[in-house]
Ligand binder design. Sequence first.
Ligand code: PGA
Length: 318
Amino acid sequence: MAMLSASLSGPKSAASYSSPHFSGLRRLCSKLDSNTSHSFLRHFNSQLRVSSLRKPSRNVVAMAGTGTFFVGGNWKCNGTKESITKLVSDLNDAKLEADVDVVVAPPFPYIDQVKASLTDRIEISAQNSWVGKGGAFTGEISVEQLKDIGCKWVILGHSERRHIIGENNEFIGKKAAYALSQGLGVIACIGELLEEREAGKTFDVCFEQLKAFADAVPSWENIVIAYEPVWAIGTGKVATPLQAQEVHVAVRDWLKKNVSEEVASKTRIIYGGSVNGGNCAELAKQEDIDGFLVGGASLKGPEFATIINSATSKKVAA
Ligand code: PGA
């Protein structure tokens, strides 16, 4: 881990930084909202890079980000009225940690059914939206319609839409801008193909996809970034915690350099790609992993609950 952080940001001495303050699972960062001093920000952001060199504070593993842990379930093109009734009932019965934002993205035809039967504790996301106002666009679903049926979020830039349907960066950026302009939150997906990783282009690809979002959106306030390496999606081949952490650190660093320090600390960067009940705890311990976007395992209520509750694995034994 130490080598990883150093290789991404240059050598720094962990000993030269004092201990951060914590509230619950995360550092206290209220000063970022008001009375932010430059020296505090410099100190805070230096922590983004060196915190993995520190020993965890008592009871707590550091979180580099300041947002609430976020877990999304992407049901993709799966389910029937019957199977979704069972899944909703399992989710309604599940005991979920309080300090986690939870969202599920049912297929369009079932959103209404889910909205009417699922606990309000869990918000609803769409899996896609049209790029502008609705109208003569056969087969599309508008942001206005999604809002009308109670959606709070939309997943955009998912690799299946990039690589199977053929959506490009510019189109995805425009969709994000429009969804945000109408008040939907955006789960903005990025991630490299296997051949891109093998060619050493992981960061280039992710940064280009991030830039397309950054160029299009006026604010990052309502955006959660989902890093989903394409080779890990639906393959059972999860990224190792260190592989995921390495990219999450780089994404946060990119936000810091290209957007702002505040956005870098506040934006949730969640991981997706073969997350399940067995691997979520180790992934969640990584300090730049602020949650998960879950496909296959989100179709099983109890397992999805385990993944949601893995937020607690950021706590370590005293
Ligand atoms: P998976 O899908 O968990 O089935 O790999 C993740 C996703 O596509 O969001």
